[in-house]
Design a protein around this ligand. Structure first.
Ligand code: SAM
Length: 280
């Protein structure tokens, strides 16, 4: 007798054996095989029935299946590893018309023509491209972005950087990019054993919801430049770390009420915006 999971498809272990999907380290492959767990992650993204979902790196499809089982209107999944495609086609056939699989590199492909708004992004990201994709999603040319929310798995350390507040060691560029025009929180922690194979580090799911407009007015390019320069030498005082922005940097800092002897990690997002505005 064929053993089926609650969604009517074979268990992920059987799919992996059938298609010989041994995890490849070079592709950041650490699979989630427990459909109860992927269901829990999918539910962190909220009610998906009115949403198209963009998923990056579906692999053998554990999270993809959960998203569809939980009711996502349509899932567009980008997978680089061609070995996974037959397994994903089986899911697409099971959920007729609700899964589109794009084969290729998520950093190079543009999935927008396959997606209809409103859109949520949900992914157990490959660690090697996760931060790069997050920064792209947080820094589009225009705001609001194409997505309403991002529900993403990261190494716990990266997740902590995304949600960090001023004054903490984890606070930096990612915290400011995420906190300026969106709200980010850690919604789940996962031990290494949740994955197959188990990675060396713990993971966490971050849920990011976009604000309709930035919390403080500011030119995004200038803000990025100021933040990157300040955190490039985060241990130094601002008057030293920001010196390359101009000889009058101390005056600029004082003009918006920031002590030049402070360090980057002490400044709030509002202060970074105020400082950036002195350049525009
Ligand atoms: N979502 C699956 C799960 O939860 O079990 C797999 C997660 S695994 C951490 C990351 C997946 O991303 C792998 O399937 C890998 O092949 C894929 N991947 C790696 N680099 C990619 C890229 N640049 N574009 C698209 N997919 C990529």
């Amino acid at each position: 007798m064929i053993n089926l999971s609650a969604d009517g498809l074979p268990p992920l272990r059987d799919i992996i054996a059938k298609h010989d999907l041994r995890a490849q380290k070079s592709l950041g492959q650490n699979f989630l095989l427990d459909l109860n767990l992927t269901g829990k992650i999918a539910r962190q993204a909220g009610d998906l029935s009115a949403y198209d979902v963009l998923e990056i790196g579906p692999g053998p499809g554990g999270l993809t299946r959960a998203l569809l089982h939980e009711g996502a209107r349509h899932v567009v999944a980008i997978e680089r590893d061609e070995r996974c495609l037959p397994a994903l086609v089986e899911i697409a056939e099971h959920y007729e018309g609700r899964l589109t699989v794009l084969s290729g590199d998520a950093l190079a492909l543009n999935p927008m023509e396959h997606l209809k708004g409103p859109i949520r992004v949900v992914a157990n990201l490959p660690y090697n491209v996760g931060t790069e994709l997050l920064v792209r999603w947080l820094t589009p040319d225009a705001w609001p972005p194409f997505w309403d929310s991002l529900t993403l798995m990261f190494q716990r350390e990266v997740a902590q950087r995304i949600v960090a507040k001023p004054g903490s060691k984890a606070y930096g560029r990612l915290s400011i990019l995420a906190g300026w025009r969106a709200d980010a929180k850690i919604v789940m922690d996962l031990p290494p054993q949740a994955f197959t194979p188990a990675p060396k580090v713990s993971s966490a799911v971050v849920h990011i919801t976009r604000c309709a407009k930035p919390k403080f007015e500011c030119n995004p390019k200038t803000l990025e430049r100021v933040v990157a320069t300040a955190f490039g030498q985060r241990r130094k005082m601002l008057r030293a770390s920001l010196k390359s922005l101009g000889p009058d940097i101390e005056d600029r800092l004082l003009s918006v009420g920031i002590e030049p002897t402070e360090r980057a990690e002490q400044l709030t997002i509002q202060q970074f915006c105020a400082l950036s505005n002195t350049f525009d």
